[in-house]
Design a binder for this molecule. Structure first.
Ligand code: GDP
Length: 307
């Protein structure tokens, strides 16, 4: 079984690539839930949904939400003066409504996620990092925001002065999660945000130690090229979390205790000695995943870099 740790838009590209080279059966993804939130009383799990829709082959070209969705319900809510900045399509809303109803019936998030995956024809196993709610909150000079308020509503334009993962200290790893880490043949840390995607997963008690025990079989892929994220505000999150630099080497440093191998971009070859000095084996390659072929190639290289 191949295990991958993932966030949403960036991580799901690697999840997709692994599914293409390894097949979905025998692929397990541990997915960040710190971005989750409640909208209009509905539980929305953005990273789980992105990974689910990618594996189901129904994701929209923009990288999140359902393909060919409409936004009539959101338009209707805006008519009544309700906030409508978080893009929830009509077909997508069925997922959130169904999830919310099942949770209210007493099902756990892991169980509901498995049900949703089965209905959408996803053969891979998606594990939320925890069934317990963890909510990433961002403090800016203007005050505290939920993760989605900061990222989507406010466009991640403010500096970050603090990041809190509310509930994480009391969160239990999802059922089967620690066993999956122990049993995986190979483990891949996707090029997701090191702070608010992978960092949140690693902060669930027990997860970082379990991964550290598998360090020799774990490879991490950089989300940073040439000192900047491939896309998105990861640099702000790194600075907000107190990391001194935004670089591939900084990524390798963050993951040095859990990943013995690190894929960085060939254009960052000058950083390879600094990575090696961390007792992490640098592997230089093209880490961009613009299309399905690139995702499959990089996934194969990540797996091939492990013993
Ligand atoms: P989110 O949960 O939607 O914010 O997405 P993730 O945390 O999964 O991924 C965000 C990260 O993905 C960003 O730091 C990007 O730099 C990275 N990323 C996006 N596309 C690519 C790509 O093609 N290659 C690599 N290596 N990283 C990427």
């Amino acid at each position: 079984m191949i295990l991958v740790l993932s966030g949403g838009t960036g991580g799901s590209k690697m999840v997709d690539g692994l599914a293409r080279v390894h097949g979905q059966a025998g692929l397990v993804a541990i997915v960040n839930t710190g971005d989750d939130g409640d909208f209009y009383g509905l539980r929305v799990c953005p990273d789980l949904d992105i990974c689910t829709y990618v594996l189901a082959g129904v994701v929209a070209d923009r990288g999140w939400g359902y393909a060919d969705d409409t936004f009539r319900l959101l338009e209707g809510l805006a008519t009544y003066g309700r906030e409508s900045w978080f893009g929830l399509g009509d077909r997508d809303l069925a997922t959130h409504l169904h999830r919310t109803l099942r949770l209210a019936e007493g099902a756990g998030l892991t169980e509901v996620t498995a049900e949703i995956c089965a209905r959408l024809g996803v053969e891979a196993t998606l594990l939320p990092m925890s069934d317990d709610p963890v909510r990433t909150r961002i403090t800016t000079p203007g005050g505290e925001r939920t993760f989605q308020e900061y990222l989507v509503r406010d466009g991640a334009r403010d500096d970050i002065t603090g990041i809190v993962m509310e509930g994480v200290a009391d969160a239990a790893p999802a059922p089967g999660l620690l066993a999956a880490i122990a049993e995986a043949e190979r483990i891949v840390i996707a090029p997701s945000s090191p702070v608010v995607s992978i960092g949140t997963i690693l902060a669930v008690p027990g997860v970082r130690d379990a991964l550290a025990a598998r360090r020799a079989d774990c490879v991490a892929v950089t989300p940073i090229i040439g000192g900047a994220p491939v896309e998105g505000p990861a640099a702000r999150f790194l600075a907000g979390a107190g990391y001194p630099e935004c670089s591939a080497t900084q990524m390798a440093r963050i993951y040095a205790d859990v990943a013995a191998v690190f894929l960085l971009d060939s254009s960052d070859a000058a950083e390879a000695p600094a990575v090696a000095a961390l007792d992490v084996r640098p592997v230089l390659t093209d880490v961009l995943m613009p299309d399905h072929a690139a995702r499959a190639r990089l996934a194969a290289e990540a797996l091939g870099a492990l013993p």
